[in-house]
Design a protein around this ligand. Structure first.
Ligand code: OSB
Ligand code: MG
Length: 374
């Protein structure tokens, strides 16, 4: 049984080592919400809200999530008793629409609290079976095909097992073609973040010759139906990201054949219970999944690594080491990978498996607010 007693929201600023440009926007410095959550027995865990700076990926932002957690999510969990972490998501869904990232920040903390209480690594509490996970890198839109080829070359030398290229009209076929010519056998994929419509089907069909592992979310952020039509025209598998906001949407994708792969991000789907349910549903239907990223700090990354240790995460995730993003992370040890592009799942201690550098977080914090159960 856990009872959440106190939640402190902290906003930190963390500059990215290299600017990250996707079709829907540019990020040079993250504004990240880190939450310190304490239960009635005094057990404390940290979690991360993955909402971005702007509503260009999902409708939520760090600022909407801040309000929603303090006004709705926290009051609902305060006073509630949860036997299992899996019971938190249904409690947050009752007459409470949307705001998955705000909900997930608390839902995931509940999983960590249970893991701490039971003295179990989060990966094992979730049912993870892997001791190490394969890493991938998501490379932002570059100025020229030559610049992209150079960046991909460095990533391959680093050992990454999947290379994702962000694309948009004007920065697509030529760019991917240049990389494919330079690296004929590299595991490449493209992510369009909704930059196309069905009118672009013939244009996108050119990607079929470049042997991509998949193309991620080419069409609108909430679309399922048109992706099915596009998938019928392409041989390249479509992977959905933005459109999959729940296990029901995953079921829709499978029923309508809107894609053949799912990128699971726990924040986007409302937490780890839904992530696991989507994982299980996909396993049943022979749909592989992989863990996406939201440029998380080492705190959010810990939850992603634990999730990616589940058996049907058979494709390398957007899970890169701390040093790919930050001069210095907020956890110890930092997340690292070996020369083969493998990251260890921390199984030697209970909870999320890394220590939180609270002094560093305090130095980086620009605002904070503490919420308490009455
Ligand atoms: O579409 O997967 C995406 C980052 C922010 C918003 C959307 C996306 C991404 C990434 C980053 O691709 C992956 C990472 O965290 O390394
Ligand atoms: Mg994506």
């Amino acid at each position: 049984m856990i009872r959440i007693q106190e939640i402190t929201l902290n906003e930190i600023r963390l500059p990215l080592k290299e600017p990250f440009r996707i079709s829907s926007g540019l990020c040079t410095e993250r504004r990240i919400m880190l939450l310190k959550v304490r239960d009635a027995d005094g057990v404390t865990v940290w979690s991360e809200c993955v909402a971005g700076e702007h509503p260009n990926y999902a409708s939520e932002t760090i600022d909407t999530a801040w309000v929603v957690i303090s006004e709705y999510v926290a009051p609902r969990v305060f006073g509630a008793e949860f036997e299992q972490a899996a019971h938190v998501h249904p409690a947050l869904e009752r007459n409470f629409r949307g705001h998955n990232m705000a909900k997930a920040a608390i839902e995931m903390a509940a999983w960590a609290l249970i893991a701490e209480r039971d003295g179990m690594p989060l990966a094992r509490l979730l049912g993870g079976t892997r001791t190490e996970i394969a890493t991938g890198i998501s490379i932002g839109i570059q100025a020229s095909p030559a610049a992209l080829v150079e960046r991909v070359g460095r990533a391959l030398a680093d050992g990454y097992r999947k290379i994702k290229l962000k694309i948009e009209p004007g920065h697509d076929i030529d760019f991917v073609q240049a990389v494919r010519s330079a690296y004929p056998d590299a595991p490449l994929m493209a992510d369009a973040n909704n930059a196309y419509t069905l009118k672009d089907a013939a244009h996108l069909k050119q990607l079929d010759h470049l042997h991509l592992v998949m193309i991620e979310q080419p069409l609108a952020y909430d679309d399922i139906v048109r992706h099915a039509e596009l998938q019928r025209m392409l041989t390249t598998p479509i992977c959905l990201d933005e459109s999959i906001t729940s296990v029901d949407r995953a079921e829709d994708m499978i029923t309508l054949k809107s894609g053949r792969i799912i990128n699971i991000k726990p924040g986007r789907v409302g937490g780890l219970q839904q992530s696991r349910a989507i994982h299980d549903l996909c396993a049943k239907h022979g749909i592989p999944v992989w863990c996406g990223g939201m440029l998380e700090s080492g705190v959010g990354r810990a939850y992603n690594v634990a999730l990616a240790s589940l058996p049907n995460f058979t494709i390398p995730g957007d899970l890169s080491p701390s040093a790919r993003y930050w001069e210095r992370d907020v956890v110890t040890p930092e997340w690292t990978m070996n020369a083969q592009g493998m990251m260890q799942v921390p199984l030697d201690r209970p909870g999320i498996g890394v220590a939180i550098d609270e002094n560093r977080i305090a130095d980086l914090t620009v605002r904070s607010q503490t919420l308490r159960a009455r």
